[in-house]
Design a protein around this ligand. Structure first.
Ligand code: WT7
Length: 570
C-alpha cells in the first residue's frame, strides 16, 4: 500500500533542515540566550516577560484576552508591572518565599497569568489546578505537596478543605466581597507596587508542579525546574515556528501542562503575542477568535478538531480563517481523517506533537519543514533521542511495536515526582531510557507511530492491535462522532474488540447501523480489527484534555471500579 503523505507547504521556517540540525544540535549551544550565562542565576518569569519589557518589545501586545464578558489586551511592559503587583501581594500579604508551593485554582482570566508569573518571580513553585476539580481532588494535591498558599475565586472557595490542610497558610481570593482572613486580591492590586525584586534561582530550582494521574493510584506531582525553559523556548521556535509577528493561540487551560508550557512559556520566551480565550469550548466563539485576532499559529487538540469537524463545514464558511499559517495538535492520537479535514477547511496541514507531562516539552513532532505522514506523531526534536525498546530496554528495529522510550537527559525532563523517589525511578529502564507507557513503532525513515497506552493494547486471536487505529477508522464512518475501543475478555479469542461509539447528530441506534459499522472496519482495516461488539453512548468518558478514557470504558464493561476520576470532564 502506498503511504499517504502530505508534502511541505512553501514557507520560511525556523527549522529548515531537520536532518542537519538533528545531527549537530547540542542544548549547551543555546544556553547563552538566557541570563544565567552572565549571572549564574535565572528566573523563567523574568525571561518570559521582564526581559522583553526592557527592549523594543515593551509596547508590543503580549496578551490578548477575551471571554464572554471581558475583552482586554496587555503589553509586555504592562504584564511586567501587573505580575510584579501580584508578586508583591503574594509576598507581603501571604508571605510567599522561594520554594513555597503556590496553587492556582481558578478559571482563565488575565489575573491568573499575573499571579502565576508573580509567584514564579518570587521563586515559588506553581501548582495549577483545573477549576472543575472537586474537593477530594483539590485536597489530595494540596496535601501531597504541602501547599502554603492557594489562589482561587469566590465560587470555588468552598472546595478547599482548609481545616484538613495544616500546611496551607493563606487563601487569596480573586473576586468581589472577599472577607478576612482571606486576602482580597482585586482590592490589593489597586495599591500594590509595580516594582518587585526578582528572586533569582538556580537552574534546578522548582518552577511548576503538575499533578497527573496514571492509570492506577493517586495522582503524582511532576516537578519541572527553571532550566527546562531552554526546551520550552527552542521547541516554540522549531515546532510552533513562532516569529516576531505571529499571533499565537493555544487553547489549553494551564491546569494541563500544555497550558503552562505552551500557553505561557513557549510564546512569551519567544516574545510572541499570545491569545487566551476564557470560558468553555464554543464553535462560533473559537472561529471568531481566529478571525478577530488574525491568529497565525494555532495549537489545539484532536478532540476540539473533531468537535469542529462534527459541527459541519458551513459554519466555517461564515468566518475568515485565512490568517492561519500553522496548526498543531496534542494530547491524543490525531486521526488521519482530521488531518484531511484540516487541509480541506483551513488549507493547512495539522501538525501532530507528542509529549507528556513528564517529558515537560515537545519530544516527538511534525515540523513545518517535513512531510506529514497522517497517523504518525513525527520525529524526535533535535537534542532528544527516542527509540522503541522491548521490555528489557533493548532497541527494536523498524516496524516492531514496543515501548516508546526517550534517552534520559533532555532539558525539560521531569526533575522529580514530588515526595516519591520510588515512583520517579520506576520510569527508567536500565537507568538510561525513560519509558513512556505508550506503545508505538518506528518506520524505516524514523517517523514514530502511536499505537496506544501500553495497558490499552489489545490481543485478539493472537494479533496485537492498537485501539487508535480502529478508532481512527471508526471516525471515518459518517455516523460516528467519537469512538473508544477496548479489548473485552473472550474465552476463545483472548480478547475481542469492543467499540463504544457516540453518534453524530441525525443517526440513531439500529442493528443495521451496527452491522454497517462492523463491515466498514472489516473491509477498511482488517477482519480481526473489526468490533464484534458495538455499544452506542451519548458521550464517551474523556479527560479534560480530551483523551478518551479507555480504562473507564473497560471498567464499565467489566463492572470494576474505574479508579481516579478527578481528571475526567464533567
Ligand atoms: C499522554 C500524555 C503534554 C501534553 C499532552 C498530554 C498521549 C499525547 C499524543 C499524540 C498520541 C498522545 C500519550 C501520552 N498523547 N500526545 N500526539 N498522539 N497520543 O499530556 O496528560 O501527560 O498525557 O497523552 O498517551 O503518554 P499528559
Amino acid at each position: 500500500m502506498k503511504m499517504e503523505t502530505m508534502p511541505v507547504t512553501k514557507g520560511i521556517y525556523n527549522l529548515t533542515d531537520y536532518d542537519e540540525v538533528y545531527k549537530n544540535f547540542n542544548w549547551k549551544s543555546i544556553e547563552d540566550k538566557f541570563s544565567w550565562s552572565e549571572t549564574g542565576k535565572i528566573n523563567a518569569a523574568y525571561e518570559a516577560i521582564d526581559k522583553h519589557a526592557d527592549t523594543f518589545r515593551k509596547n508590543k501586545i503580549a496578551l490578548y484576552y477575551r471571554d464572554q464578558e471581558r475583552e482586554e489586551k496587555y503589553t509586555f511592559k504592562e504584564m511586567k508591572g501587573l505580575s510584579n503587583k501580584a508578586g508583591n501581594i503574594l509576598k507581603n500579604a501571604a508571605n510567599v518565599e522561594k520554594g513555597d508551593r503556590v496553587f492556582v485554582f481558578m478559571p482563565r482570566t488575565p489575573e491568573l497569568y499575573f499571579i502565576i508569573l508573580g509567584a514564579i518571580k518570587l521563586g515559588a513553585i506553581v501548582g495549577p489546578l483545573f477549576e472543575a476539580f472537586m474537593e477530594g481532588a483539590v485536597k489530595d494535591r494540596l496535601h501531597d505537596s504541602e501547599a502554603k498558599v492557594i489562589v482561587t475565586t469566590p465560587e470555588l472557595l468552598d472546595r478547599i478543605p482548609i481545616n484538613q490542610l495544616p500546611a496551607l497558610k493563606k487563601i487569596v481570593v480573586v473576586g468581589e466581597n472577599v472577607s478576612a482572613p482571606h486576602i482580597d486580591f482585586l482590592t490589593e492590586m489597586k495599591c500594590a507596587s509595580t516594582k518587585l525584586d526578582i528572586v533569582w534561582v538556580e537552574k534546578t530550582d522548582g518552577l511548576l508542579l503538575h499533578y497527573t494521574s496514571g492509570s492506577t493510584g493517586t495522582p503524582k506531582g511532576v516537578l519541572h525546574v527553571h532550566y527546562a525553559m531552554i526546551q520550552h523556548y527552542q521547541t516554540a521556535q522549531w515546532v510552533l515556528d513562532l516569529k516576531e509577528d505571529d499571533v499565537y493561540w493555544c487553547t489549553a487551560d494551564p491546569g494541563w501542562v500544555t497550558g503552562t508550557i505552551y500557553g505561557i512559556f513557549g510564546p512569551w520566551l519567544s516574545g510572541t503575542a499570545n491569545v487566551i480565550v476564557g470560558g468553555r469550548f464554543n464553535h462560533e466563539a473559537w472561529y471568531k477568535a481566529i478571525e478577530d485576532y488574525g491568529v497565525t499559529v494555532w495549537y489545539s487538540a484532536p478532540t476540539a478538531f473533531r468537535m469542529l469537524m462534527g459541527a459541519g463545514d458551513e459554519l466555517i464558511n461564515k468566518y475568515d480563517l485565512s490568517s492561519l499559517r500553522h496548526v498543531l495538535s496534542v494530547g491524543e492520537p490525531l486521526n488521519p481523517e482530521v488531518i484531511r479535514w484540516g487541509m480541506k477547511v483551513f488549507q493547512n496541514r495539522i501538525h501532530d506533537t507528542w509529549w507528556m507531562t513528564e517529558t515537560g516539552a515537545h519530544t516527538i513532532c511534525n515540523y513545518p519543514c517535513l512531510e506529514i505522514r497522517p497517523g504518525s506523531m513525527g520525529k524526535p526534536v533535535p537534542g532528544v533521542e527516542a527509540a522503541i525498546v522491548d521490555d528489557k530496554g533493548n532497541e527494536l528495529p523498524p516496524y516492531r511495536m514496543g515501548n516508546l522510550a526517550i534517552k534520559k537527559g533532555w532539558p525539560s525532563m521531569m526533575y522529580a515526582i514530588w515526595n516519591n523517589k520510588e515512583k520517579y525511578d520506576s520510569y527508567f529502564m536500565q537507568g538510561n531510557w525513560y519509558v513512556s507507557g505508550d506503545s508505538a513503532y518506528m518506520d524505516e525513515d524514523g517517523y514514530f507511530w502511536f499505537q496506544g497506552r501500553v495497558d490499552d493494547v489489545i490481543l485478539t486471536a493472537g494479533e496485537r492491535v492498537g485501539p487508535f487505529e480502529i478508532e481512527s477508522k471508526l471516525v471515518e464512518h459518517p455516523a460516528v462522532a467519537e469512538a473508544g475501543v477496548i479489548g473485552k475478555p473472550d474465552p476463545i479469542r483472548g480478547e475481542i474488540i469492543k467499540a463504544f461509539i457516540a453518534l453524530r447528530e441525525g443517526y440513531s441506534d439500529t442493528e443495521e447501523l451496527r452491522e454497517e459499522i462492523y463491515t466498514f472496519v472489516k473491509s477498511g482495516l482488517a477482519a480481526h480489527a473489526a468490533p464484534r461488539e458495538i455499544e452506542f453512548r451519548d458521550k464517551l468518558p474523556k479527560t479534560r484534555s480530551g483523551k478518551i478514557m479507555r480504562r473507564v470504558l473497560k471498567a464499565w464493561e467489566l463492572n470494576l471500579p474505574a479508579g481516579d476520576l478527578s481528571t475526567m470532564e464533567d
